[in-house]
Design a protein around this ligand. Structure first.
Ligand SMILES: [Zn+2]
Length: 424
């Protein structure tokens, strides 16, 4: 969300939320938090170690390996991936020598055919979302964990040796009772892992302590929010004393775990149902964004603040997910192109110079809605003229808005595109 103190709030959150912590759940379960951008769970079994996720890169993987070696001399023989995002498997190769089995689940919905064609633009947008080109000073935080270091790429994935198509699998691995349950949510291949004897639940990325990316601005297929809510409610059926997420701190205590999972599910479901209600009333996307609000009992919770995802973008994602691009208004069946619209409107506003003057005045205003107005007018001018002068102006506006954004992803996106426009 955009708010006067966006950057300040984000900075306070980042400063206090990510101290490197090895949480000892019991004599054989440890949760490694902030050893990298993501987390890993270490299970010391009878004669080996079982690892749930592996952090994101070689350096973080090595740090994890060294941490395990301080706890035990037993080798890591089993790896379970909670899902296929590289920040969870990027460190796996560090354990390649000892690992015998790597377990993952197949996605419950396959990606759309030909998605690989758009991989270059998805990559470019991800680069912007995660702020990879930004310096440490510019970046502050990546929202749900310490930053993935520039240049520290994920290693080559150790491909899963066991891929389950099932919904639930129960195993005893080296003496540890492990139940793996498919839990579509942030991704379609997401699972949670229930350790019955330890009453510990590893939830992957279906819960982390800030508003989730129900929609990712880097571009992704619809994330089925209803299934995500079901997955959270399924997790809350287990009497977990420890909730061990793929990002952000472990949560300890059965009552606290229940409370967090129920509130998280309730908050997501509320945004989903409110958006569908707006849709059913015939509201446009923009009217739905204006209307949908997180109920106050959730809005006050620290773990639902918009430091990663954003409620506005979630509403837009759900709207698009259920009915596609058309909002039901026939005006939008064959709208003028942005270029035609600009060419007709600019003269009515008094011509380019007059519009530039309006932009300058808007940028001097106090209200940041005026800055957004300036940004939209600047885009309109750029329809006719993509001169470096206008690119510079747009970059200036983006950099003025960026500090208002509480979502780390949004903030990085403004900053990175500003750099691109300035040719950096
Ligand atoms: Zn992740």
């Amino acid at each position: 969300m955009l708010t006067k103190d966006g950057e300040l709030e984000l900075k306070k959150y980042a400063d206090k939320e990510f101290p490197q912590t090895l949480t000892k759940v019991n004599d054989r379960i440890y949760h490694a938090f902030s050893f990298g951008h993501s987390n890993a769970t270490i299970i010391i079994a009878q004669s080996s170690v079982i690892l749930i996720d592996t952090l994101e890169s070689e350096p973080s993987g090595r740090l994890l390996k060294a941490t395990i070696e301080k706890l035990t001399a037993k080798p890591v023989k089993t790896i379970i991936y909670t899902h296929g995002h590289p920040d969870h498997w990027g460190g796996a190769e560090v354990f390649a020598e000892s690992v015998e089995e790597v377990i993952a689940f197949a996605p419950k919905n396959k990606p759309l055919k030909h998605t690989e064609i758009i991989n270059p633009i998805l990559g470019k947008r991800a680069f912007r979302q995660f702020g990879y080109s930004l310096s440490d000073e510019e970046l502050i935080t990546q929202g749900l964990g310490i930053r993935e270091k520039r240049g520290e790429k994920p290693l080559k994935i150790i491909k899963p040796t066991t891929v389950y198509e099932d919904w639930e699998v129960e195993r005893v691995i080296d003496g540890v009772k492990i139940k793996m349950v498919a839990a579509p949510g942030e991704t379609d291949d997401q699972i949670f892992v229930w350790l019955e004897d330890d009453r510990a639940l590893c939830c992957g990325d279906n819960y982390y302590a800030c508003w989730p990316n129900l929609y990712a601005i880097r571009g992704s297929q619809y994330r089925d929010v209803a299934s995500w809510v079901d997955s959270l409610r399924a997790m809350s059926q287990y009497p977990a004393q420890a909730l061990l997420p793929g990002h952000t701190k472990a949560i300890l205590g059965e009552q606290k775990v229940q409370e967090v999972l129920e509130n998280y599910a309730g908050a997501l479901e509320s945004i989903l149902l409110q958006t569908l209600e707006c849709l059913n009333r015939g509201l446009s996307v923009s009217e739905a964004v204006e209307t949908v609000k997180l109920p106050s009992q959730y809005a006050s919770l620290g773990y639902l603040k918009e430091f990663y995802g954003s409620i506005d973008w979630s509403v837009r994602g759900i709207y698009q997910g259920y009915v596609g691009w058309f909002d039901g208004n026939p005006t939008n069946l064959h709208p003028l192109s942005d270029k035609e619209y600009a060419e007709r409107l600019i003269p009515l506003l008094g011509g380019r110079e007059k519009v530039e003057q309006i932009i300058a005045e808007a940028l001097n205003a106090e209200d940041f809605k005026d800055w957004q107005w300036a940004l939209q007018l600047c885009d309109m001018l750029m329809q006719a003229d993509k001169s470096s002068e206008l690119k510079k102006l747009k970059a200036e506006i983006l950099l003025k808005i960026a500090p208002l954004e509480t979502s780390a992803n949004g903030r990085h996106y403004y900053q990175t595109v500003a750099k691109e426009l300035l040719g950096e």
